[in-house]
Design a binder for this molecule. Structure first.
Ligand code: ADP
Length: 505
C-alpha cells in the first residue's frame, strides 16, 4: 500500500491540492486562486476552464515540489464548492457559459415563482431544500433558457451538466476521450433535483425546472473503490491513481472533523459559514429554516444524513473590507483593527450581499451597516464584521436546537476565518459555549482524503480517523448572560432592517 492519499479541494476562491499520511498529517500542499467574475450586482461567475487549469497546476506543482509520484498515492479524493453549475459540450469539452456560482442571485424569480405554487412544498419534501437561488436547479434552468442553442443541445444529449466535482472528474478521467460523467450523493442533494429518499433524480422535480434527465450525471456514493474510474497517464498526475472519493466541501469537513456519529456538529468558516449536524440514518426535516442534506454514503451502506445551516457571507465580508472598502490590507488585519475597540460601539453589519440564507431564506434582503453615529470608525466596522460572522452562526445554532432538541455543548470549528483568534473568542461569547479548533485546520481536504482512503483500505475503520483528531485550541465564553442577550437583540433588530429591500416580483 502506498504511503499517502491525495485530495483536491476546489473551493469558491481557490483550489488546493493536499497530500496526507496515515496519521492525517499534511505532507504536501499547493494552492492557487481563481478569478471572481462579477458582471452585475448579484451575479457571481467562475471560468470552468480556469478552474480545471488551476486544478491541474496545483496537482503538478505539489507533486513535483515534494517529490511525490502517482505510485506514492493510494487514492485521490475530490471535494468541491457545492451548487455551482457548469453546462458544457461533451463533444468539445467547452463550457457553454461560465459556471454560475452558489452565491449568485440571478435566479431569484425562478425560486420565488416556484415557492408561490405547490411546487415549493414538493421541493421541500422531496429534496429537503427550500426553493432558493443558492441551489443548482434554477441555475441550470437559467442557462437552458438564456444561452443560445443550449436547450436544443441538451435535448440532443450534447450539453451536459455538472457541479464542479463532476466537471473535474470528467476532465481528470479523459474529458472528450471517455471522461466519466458522475457525481456523488452529497453534491446531487444540493440541486433541488434529487429525491433524498431514493437518492435518484426525480422526474417531478426535473419538470419544475425543465431540465432533461439525459444532461445529468450518474449519482454515486461519496466513497467507493474504483468508483470514479482512474486518472489516466495523460492526466496531471502523470499516472494511474484510483479516484475513490467525491464529496461536497461541507460534508467533507464533517468527515475531516470526524463528526461520524448522530449528534456531532461542526461549523466551517470560509467564504460563507456552514454548520452541519450529523443525524445518522434518520432524515430529519427542518421546521426552522435549515436544510436536510446527505452527509455521506460509504459504498453500499445506507446514507447518513445531516441538518445544515448555510450562511452565504462570512469570510467574504472580510474580503469586502479589504477589496471594496480598502480599510484593511489583508484578512488577518481584521483582527488587529477590530481589537482597537472594546466593543462594536453600537454598530451592526448584516452582510446580506446574496440575500440571507439560513435560517431566513430571504432573497429580497441586502446588506446594511446600521447603528452608526459620528463616534464610530473603521475599527467598529471591522469588529461588527467579525460579530456578524458569529451572530449569523448563533441564528443557525438556535434553529438547530429548535429542530433537534439537542443543546450544543461545544462547537467544533475549522476554515480560513478560524485563524482569527478574536473572532473565535467573540463566537464563544455570543454562543455561550466553548469553541474548539483542531490541529489540522484543513478539514475539508482531509475529509476528501478520508473518503478516498477508506474506500481502498488505506484507513480500515472510522476509529482510526477518530484517533487522528486532536484539539489545538479552545475558547471559553467571557460575556455574561445579559451582555449576550442584549448583543443578540441588537443583531435581530439589524437583520429586520435588511429585509424586503429588493423587488423580486
Ligand atoms: P473557501 O474554502 O471558502 O475559499 P477558506 O477556508 O480558504 O475559504 O477561507 C477563506 C476566507 O477566510 C476568506 O474569505 C478570508 O477573507 C477569510 N480569512 C482568512 N484569514 C482570516 C483572518 N485571519 N481573519 C478573518 N478572516 C480570514
Amino acid at each position: 500500500m502506498p504511503d499517502f492519499v491525495g485530495a483536491v479541494d476546489q473551493g469558491t476562491t481557490s483550489t488546493r491540492f493536499m497530500v496526507f499520511d496515515h496519521g492525517g498529517h499534511e505532507i504536501a500542499r499547493h494552492q492557487l486562486e481563481h478569478e471572481q467574475i462579477l458582471p452585475r450586482p448579484g451575479w457571481v461567475e467562475h471560468n470552468p476552464v480556469e478552474i480545471w487549469e488551476r486544478t491541474s497546476a496545483v496537482l503538478q506543482t505539489a507533486m513535483n515540489r515534494f517529490g511525490i509520484g502517482p505510485a506514492d498515492l493510494a487514492a485521490l479524493g475530490i471535494t468541491n464548492q457545492r451548487e455551482t453549475a457548469v453546462v458544457w459540450d461533451r463533444r468539445t469539452g467547452r463550457p457553454y457559459y461560465n459556471a454560475i456560482v452558489w452565491q449568485d442571485t440571478r435566479t431569484d424569480r425562478i425560486a420565488s415563482a416556484l415557492d408561490e405554487t405547490e411546487a415549493g412544498q414538493i421541493i421541500r419534501q422531496k429534496a429537503g431544500l427550500p426553493p432558493a437561488t443558492y441551489f443548482s436547479g434554477g441555475k441550470i434552468q437559467w442557462i437552458l433558457d438564456n444561452v443560445d442553442g443550449v436547450r436544443a443541445a441538451a435535448d440532443r444529449g450534447e450539453a451536459i451538466f455538472g457541479t464542479i466535482d463532476t466537471w473535474l472528474l470528467w476532465n481528470l478521467t479523459g474529458g472528450v476521450d471517455g471522461g466519466v460523467h458522475i457525481t456523488d450523493v452529497t453534491n446531487a442533494s444540493r440541486t433541488m433535483l434529487m429525491n433524498l429518499e431514493t437518492l435518484d433524480w426525480d422526474d417531478e422535480l426535473l419538470s419544475f425546472f425543465g431540465v432533461p434527465r439525459r444532461m445529468l450525471p450518474e449519482i454515486r456514493p461519496s466513497s467507493a473503490p474504483d468508483l470514479h474510474g482512474h486518472t489516466t497517464t495523460h492526466g496531471p498526475l502523470g499516472g494511474v491513481v484510483p479516484l475513490s472519493g467525491d464529496v461536497g466541501d461541507q460534508q467533507a469537513a464533517m468527515l475531516g472533523q470526524v463528526c461520524l456519529t448522530a449528534g456531532e456538529a461542526k461549523n466551517t468558516y470560509g467564504t460563507g459559514n456552514f454548520l452541519l449536524l450529523n443525524t445518522g440514518e434518520k432524515l430529519v426535516r427542518s421546521h426552522n429554516g435549515l436544510l436536510t442534506t446527505v452527509c455521506y454514503k460509504f459504498g453500499d451502506q445506507k446514507p447518513v444524513y445531516a441538518l445544515e445551516g448555510s450562511i452565504a457571507v462570512t469570510g467574504s465580508a472580510v474580503q469586502w473590507l479589504r477589496d471594496q472598502l480598502g480599510i484593511i490590507q489583508g484578512a488577518s488585519q481584521s483582527e488587529s483593527l477590530a481589537a482597537e475597540v472594546e466593543d462594536n460601539g453600537g454598530v451592526y453589519f448584516v452582510p446580506a450581499f446574496s440575500g440571507l440564507f439560513a435560517p431566513y431564506w430571504r432573497s429580497d434582503a441586502r446588506g446594511a451597516i446600521v447603528g452608526l453615529s459620528r463616534f464610530n470608525n473603521n475599527a467598529h466596522i471591522a469588529r461588527a464584521t467579525l460579530e456578524a460572522i458569529c451572530y449569523q452562526s448563533r441564528d443557525v445554532v438556535d434553529a438547530m436546537y429548535k429542530d433537534s432538541g439537542v443543546p450544543l455543548e461545544v462547537l467544533k470549528v475549522d476554515g480560513g476565518v478560524t485563524a482569527n483568534n478574536l473572532c473565535m473568542q467573540i463566537q464563544a461569547d455570543i454562543l455561550g459555549v466553548p469553541v474548539s479548533r483542531p490541529v489540522v485546520a484543513e478539514t475539508t481536504a482531509l475529509g476528501a482524503a478520508y473518503a478516498a482512503g477508506l474506500a481502498v483500505g488505506f484507513w480500515q475503520s472510522l476509529d482510526e480517523l477518530r484517533e487522528n483528531w486532536n484539539e489545538s485550541r479552545r475558547w471559553h465564553p467571557q460575556w455574561n448572560d445579559s451582555e449576550r442577550e442584549s448583543g443578540y437583540a441588537g443583531w435581530q433588530k439589524a437583520v429586520k432592517r435588511t429585509l424586503d429591500w429588493v423587488e423580486i416580483h
